[in-house]
Design a protein around this ligand. Structure first.
Ligand code: MN
Length: 228
């Protein structure tokens, strides 16, 4: 195909143990999916339907990479999250079948310009400037589900400069992975290459330049990112 400008590169994530990579189609994120985090953000953690926002596929930062402190914010926060990578797509999935669509899992950071997000919330405006800025989606290597199965429990944690900041367990998720995929598939046509960030446990806090962020999920792996 002839293009009038150079075609943009296809963003991708590494797959553990393989030289082939996982190409990214879209990035979906779930808001307020752990009760303790909903409470710390000033909300009632009742089981209201899940809500979603998106990040840009080219915002992924690979494990070991740098997260440049973004412009226009004085309060950038970390959110450690389980990431689901889809290997199949479609719409109108039932939650009993949706795990068949999962290619694998990874550890991600939903980096957030909290001050800008807060301002947009107050004004009833979209969250993009708080959530969808450059390099706002660090993501570890993906581990295929055919190697580790589908984790429903397991510690999820984040350390900053060696000190524990966030700690939780996947079994604390208000909406479980199969339900999240089913809900999303009612709103969007899902596709192979979609990543879903599934929400963060309590303990979100500000990062500073020079911080080393180390986050992990039992059975999946560890993600290390430096704020520069
Ligand atoms: Mn989040």
């Amino acid at each position: 195909m002839e293009t009038v400008i150079p075609p943009p590169p296809v963003p991708s994530v590494a797959v553990r143990g393989l030289s082939a990579v996982f190409p990214i189609h879209r990035i979906y994120c779930v808001g307020r999916n752990y009760a303790a985090h909903a409470r710390e953000m000033g909300h009632d953690p009742d089981r209201e339907p899940p809500f979603f926002f998106q990040k840009n596929p080219d915002s992924v930062v690979a494990n070991g990479g740098n997260f440049p402190y973004p412009a226009r914010s004085r309060n950038v926060q970390h959110e450690i999250e389980l990431v689901v990578a889809l290997g199949r797509g479609g719409s109108g999935l039932r939650d009993t079948e949706s795990l068949d669509w999962v290619y694998g899992y990874a550890v991600g950071l939903d980096m957030t310009r909290r001050d800008l997000q807060g301002r947009m919330k107050k004004m009833g405006r979209p969250w993009e400037i708080g959530k969808a800025f450059e390099r706002a989606a660090p993501c570890s290597d993906i581990v295929p589900a055919d190697r580790i199965g589908h984790p429903h429990t397991g510690a999820i944690w984040l350390k900053v400069n060696g000190e524990v900041r966030q700690q939780g367990d996947l079994d604390q998720m208000i909406w479980r992975v199969p339900e999240i995929i089913a809900h999303l598939s009612e709103m969007f046509t899902l596709a192979p290459g979609d990543l879903i960030y599934t929400g963060t446990p309590a303990g979100v806090a500000e990062v500073q330049r020079g911080d080393l962020l180390e986050g992990g999920i039992d059975g999946i792996g560890v993600l290390c990112i430096t704020v520069v």
